[in-house]
Write a protein that binds this ligand. Sequence first.
Ligand SMILES: NC(=O)c1ccc[n+]([C@@H]2O[C@H](COP(=O)([O-])OP(=O)(O)OC[C@H]3O[C@@H](n4cnc5c(N)ncnc54)[C@H](O)[C@@H]3O)[C@@H](O)[C@H]2O)c1
Ligand SMILES: [Zn+2]
Length: 360
Amino acid sequence: MSTIIAGTPVTAGLGALFATHGLSKKTVVLFDEHTRKLYGDELLATLTHEGFLWRELVVPAREASKSFSAAYRLYGTMIEADVDRSWNLLAVGGGVVGDLGGFIAASYYRGIPVIQLPTTLLAMTDSSIGGKVAINHPLGKNLIGFFHLPELVLIDPSYLKTLPQREIYSGMAEVIKYGFIADEPFLSFLDIHFKAITELREPWLTEAVTKSAFIKDDVVTKDFREENGLRATLNFGHTFAHGLEKLAKYRHLRHGEAVTIGMVCALFLSHNLGYLNKASLERGLSILKKFRFPKGVLKRRFLDIDSKILLENMFSDKKKLDKKLRFVLLKTLGEAFLLEKNVDDKQALKAIDDARRFFS
Ligand SMILES: NC(=O)c1ccc[n+]([C@@H]2O[C@H](COP(=O)([O-])OP(=O)(O)OC[C@H]3O[C@@H](n4cnc5c(N)ncnc54)[C@H](O)[C@@H]3O)[C@@H](O)[C@H]2O)c1
Ligand SMILES: [Zn+2]
């Protein structure tokens, strides 16, 4: 649905690429403090070299930057810099910058084009693709936003070299998720090359990243507004994960860590409800066993939590319908579906307890 371009350096020939896609060479570049420091000088020099007129914006590197007050401040800077409808916005960073940049682009002058240049594994494989852009509200995450597809998604896995290992594992959770929900051969590939990918070795890294991006794009193309249940399958493991993240106040557990635990719960639930056979359950679990959690995080953020409290927190997931929890389950490895009927609390609690035993 979006044009996805992968390469190293992906910014080579950016001027010609923009022209091909009808984008002007007037670009607001949004960074967070980390991506500005790591990649800003080089990227802005490239833009100058390619004949761009650019302005840069920088936000603090934290989830709190996805806020209305941050957006409001940036609108002001853009207005003062005479940025108008003929400009576009290039978001350089992880999901925080991508979501905030997309939100600003969707609303500024009733919408200007956004180009995503993701620099985390999660952003390359998930958040930069699909056009969901949002800021947070004190009452909930991602509640205020738009569907605003990027004109271009520029993927360059070499940016990952500076990413902390914990972030690599966090992004890897979403990568594995695509194997589980949509592509068994890809899951086998990830199983075999897990170590090489997490060590950022080529060609496995690029294969894992680009395949994930294309799977997500394909799902989004078939169900853009989440109407027929297909896009919802991207939330495999996420119903459990959202409860864990809420309990960790979105600070002490990375999203992918919560998703890893959530996928273990969802595999057990799929098996316990009679959809996924025992051999597939065990194979799925053996893949998720490869994830490493920082010492203490798993214990404090999952193993020490009462299952009933976790279940209660899952109910605040905004994706609930009529206060029923919606679960994405697997029929088999590589095929997911959104379960329409209600799941008994007892079954959800049993899946959490099974997962707890798995991690203990
Ligand atoms: N729009 C969507 O469809 C979608 C999907 C999933 C997640 N999200 C959103 O994405 C956000 C999480 O994204 P994230 O995990 O990328 O987190 P993030 O943007 O906070 O990035 C994580 C950290 O890595 C740093 N960083 C980024 N690139 C780096 C690099 N190359 N080298 C070193 N450090 C680097 C950042 O500065 C930050 O400190 C959440 O707000 C979530 O809601 C959106
Ligand atoms: Zn996710």
